[in-house]
Every structure is written in C-alpha cells, then in structure tokens.
Design a protein. Structure first.
Length: 84
C-alpha cells in the first residue's frame, strides 16, 4: 500500500564562511563572480530556453536555495514566476 501523504526532505551540509547572493529572481547580478552567472546562462541554453536556474547564493562555489523558472510557469514551487 502506498501512502501519498509522505513528507519529503532535502538536507544539505552547514555552509561555513561568507554567505553571498550572486543573482536574484529579477535578473540582477550581484558581486564580481562570473561562475554563478554562467551557470544560470547554461541552464537556459541547455534546456532549449525552457528553464532558468537563478537566485544563486551560498559560500564560495557551494550554492543553495536556488529558484527554477520555466517558460510555462508550472512546477518548481511557488517561486516559479514563468516569463515576466
């Protein structure tokens, strides 16, 4: 018997160091790092312009709490604003 009310959790290690935001949901880039911007661009190109991962933040190259936006605005949580 399958119970559809199961809870799902994501666990990640504690990130120690200087926590920085690199880009946000509105397209702003923050700071001088280019790797997060390149990753966001890569997700857009690799998905044939259907998905963009942004809101990149974390410590060094350990990123957490990113947001996925899709062209149709469906899936990927409440933060998926689609194309605006």
């Amino acid at each position: 018997e399958v119970n559809d009310s199961r809870e799902v959790f994501a666990i990640e290690p504690l990130l120690s160091g200087d926590f920085q935001k690199h880009n946000n949901n509105d397209g702003a880039t923050i700071g001088r790092r280019t790797t997060p911007q390149a990753f966001s661009h890569f997700t857009w190109e690799e998905s044939n312009h259907s998905v963009l991962v942004c809101d990149i933040q974390g410590v060094r190259d350990y990123w957490t709490d990113a947001q996925v936006h899709s062209t149709d605005g469906k899936g990927h949580g409440l933060g998926n604003c689609g194309i605006q």
